[in-house]
Design a protein around this ligand. Structure first.
Ligand SMILES: NC(=O)c1ccc[n+]([C@@H]2O[C@H](COP(=O)([O-])OP(=O)(O)OC[C@H]3O[C@@H](n4cnc5c(N)ncnc54)[C@H](O)[C@@H]3O)[C@@H](O)[C@H]2O)c1
Length: 391
């Protein structure tokens, strides 16, 4: 965890020069852990002003402002509605940093108020909520962008470039996912592991990134069917190593999500995705990501990929003049500004310049359909067809 935090700290260098004549008035919804990364990023840009922070835990917004050095922002203990109802704030945009089960209510409320939305990943928990959100977005005409910062990393962009260049030919099979051996995220409490707050476990925390990495590379084809599996053997065990280490065996009782999931997914265009994701398992890796095409195959060394890393140089396996050859793609340096800063900057640019959302819901709805499809299939115990309602 310390390593993860260190990487977030990287987001404080060399801000991009911006036109500060029009400052965006920003509100923060949910004053928890990830909200700090949003604040650090907004503070890099002269054309952003954080004017409001809200939470549902009394005193949390105020303590957050003191900790992060936000001056002159109004603080609210009554949640997103209280802040969004305060017209004196004149909000242009909000960052929604609430836990997964509280993504959609604030997002819809903000869009209905005519406020642009930067929403943390995953999109939400269920497809019903996702559809409701996309309809509200369409009606509002506002920017709704989803927090997939790895897309801004040159290594992730290289994967897409390689696929889109045609170097691999027609893509027909993808193996992807990622995993931790012991990594159920509970250092700051239980919002990630409870059904009523997290809603999804490893699937929503890190699975959505692995899916985004490959689906974005191949142009987000529509998912057709999924056969999914999920389990919770570690999370529900009071003797789970990290509960014992941190003195919290009672977390086992609270655990209501997946700590491991796997799926076989069929996509439009006759493409198969073989997927697995883990917060805890008796293995050191869930395997490399493999993208197989008719002209070449790409190996992306095992990665959790939330931070854009590839776990080492990628390799293209192809044939040159009848010989089987390998081309190594070196790891590219990450941008100095940091992925979180770039994520916030790209959202602000879309708002200021009237451009489409940098990470659009038209793509992420398919990511969500797969996550929700895995849960539905796992519960039913057989493959299911994915239905995509009209938005
Ligand atoms: N992009 C990334 O790299 C990244 C990293 C970590 C977490 N996240 C995502 O960010 C989200 C939050 O994660 P976190 O670790 O900060 O969680 P957290 O539990 O620390 O913080 C969430 C906060 O939201 C508050 N809240 C809940 N409902 C609210 C409402 N209606 N109005 C106002 N406040 C409300 C909670 O009281 C809590 O303080 C999750 O969805 C997670 O998936 C993204």
């Amino acid at each position: 965890m310390a390593d993860i935090l260190d990487r977030f700290q990287e987001d404080t260098s060399e801000p991009k020069a911006v036109d500060a004549s029009k400052k965006l008035r920003i509100g923060i919804i949910g004053a928890g852990w990830i909200a700090e990364a949003h604040v650090r990023s907004y503070k890099l840009y002269e054309d952003a002003e954080i004017v409001g922070v809200c939470d549902i835990i009394p005193g949390k917004a105020k303590a957050f402002c003191e900790k992060t050095g936000i001056e002159n922002a109004k603080c609210y203990d009554g949640g997103h509605k209280e802040m969004l109802d305060d017209e004196s704030l004149k909000l242009d945009a909000v960052s929604i940093c609430t836990y997964n089960c509280q993504h959609v209510p604030p997002a819809i409320y903000a869009l209905e108020k005519g406020v642009h939305v930067m929403l943390e990943k995953p999109l939400c928990v269920t497809m019903d909520e996702a559809v409701e959100l996309l309809r509200a977005e369409k009606k509002s005409g506002k920017v709704l962008s989803i927090g997939f910062q790895p897309r801004l990393d040159p290594n992730m962009q290289m994967i897409k470039k390689i696929v889109q260049s045609g170097e691999l030919g027609k893509i027909y099979y993808i193996q992807t996912g990622g995993g931790r051996r012991r990594g159920i995220p509970t250092p700051y409490g239980t919002t990630f592991i409870e059904k009523d707050t997290g809603g999804l476990g490893a699937l929503g925390d890190i699975g959505c990134y692995s899916l985004d990495m490959v689906l974005n590379a191949i142009g987000y084809p529509k998912p057709l069917t999924v056969s999914g599996y999920k389990s919770d053997f570690f999370g529900t065990d009071p003797n789970y190593t990290n509960y014992v280490k941190t003195g919290h065996p009672e977390y086992a009782e609270k655990f209501g999500v997946d700590d491991f999931a796997a799926a076989f997914i069929r996509l439009e265009g006759d493409i198969i995705v073989d997927f697995r994701i883990s917060w805890a398992m008796n293995m050191n890796t869930a395997g490399d990501t493999l993208i197989l095409g008719t002209k070449g195959g790409l190996r992306i060394p095992s990665t959790e990929c939330w931070n854009g890393t590839t776990g080492g140089p990628m390799t293209i396996y192809h044939e040159v003049c009848g010989s089987q050859v390998e081309t190594v793609v070196p790891v590219l340096p990450s941008p100095k500004e940091g992925l979180f800063a770039l994520k916030i900057r790209s959202f602000m640019d879309a708002v200021k310049e009237g451009k489409p959302a940098p990470v659009p819901t038209s793509q992420i709805i398919y990511n969500q359909a797969i996550l929700s499809g895995i849960c539905e299939s796992a519960e039913k115990g057989h493959e299911i067809e994915i239905e995509m309602p009209e938005i």
